[in-house]
Design a protein around this ligand. Sequence first.
Ligand SMILES: [Zn+2]
Ligand SMILES: [Zn+2]
Length: 382
Amino acid sequence: MSSKLPDSMQAQYLEAYHQPYKLRSVPLPKPSEPHDILIQVDAASYCHTDYVLAEGQMPGLPKSFPHIGCHEFAGTVVSHFQSPSKEASVFEIGARVGVPGRSFHACGNCFECRNERVADPVAKDEVGYSVNCVDAENNGLSKDGGFSEYAVVDARQLAPIPDNMTAVEAAPLMCAGVTIYGALKRCGLKKDDRVGILGAGGGLGHLGLQYSVKMGYRVLGIEAADAPLAVAQGIASNLSPKPLVVDARARKASDVVQELGAQDGKKTRGEMGLDAVIVLPESQAAFDYGMTLLKTHGICVIVSFPEKGFHIDSRDVVFRDIKIIGSLVGSNKVLREMLNFSAEHGVRALSNSYPLAKLNELVEEYHKAKGGKLVVDMSLQS
Ligand SMILES: [Zn+2]
Ligand SMILES: [Zn+2]
């Protein structure tokens, strides 16, 4: 450990379900094995899953209280374990890293880590490490995360932050960014294919608009509330070619299909509409709207998980051959690819920043559902 480090740090703790966070001063955590790295947290972004966890809707998580949330954060390496692993040594003191939360202390031995899963380029890492390890901890979910001044992370889960990107820009990409980027990759689309994003003004959606345009697809954004609709329209107006953004309250999906079909010179219903949709809201109406937008043989990627699930009309999967798949995050390889893609193409989250001490105010703002992302910026004083 460096002698310059303080003995204690400020951290926002969740002490029980349904409770606000409490700011506490606690001892600095220490690296306990060769892959461990202590980082000084520079930015920590709030994800919908932080809310779900705090409401007790993830059985068994966190493993214990008090708990530090946040599984999408960014920081600077300040110390290693006394005998660091090869993977940890790569990150020198002062290196800036993004932390996705997933797969802290991956076991290296389970079927996921041994890479025995079906071929899935979005999930696949080198043999010996998987973000889907069945025995791993997850920062911010099972174990402590980023709503604190320092955190211990696993070198194998990290991604180096590109030079032209700040920590506040990188943090929201560590869950929201990689999730929507991975979902888009799972669509398996070709250039100029049509993709729709349900919930296009939300935390994931407004990033998805940017990624999908930069990936060369023709993009439709769908929203059904005023504030996120304005976010989606604002993002769309800065993209080229500009994605079409529709208000699902004002336009029927079947009418949008006719418009797209006319643009493509198609006369048969099965050829009209989108090649893929990504469903982000926890809403049956959004799911149904997305299914209607698809062409025959289209693909529906589900990223949200409403408590009561989604109702599927089996005629869509039987007669129209719609494929419904889910998507979680992406491998460490895809995480790095996403970060470099974001740096290269200028993809950034629209975000508002708060000091660590005002995390509960951030959560209040989150519930106003205005779209974009909310981030704790450690450089801000309360
Ligand atoms: Zn998340
Ligand atoms: Zn494993």
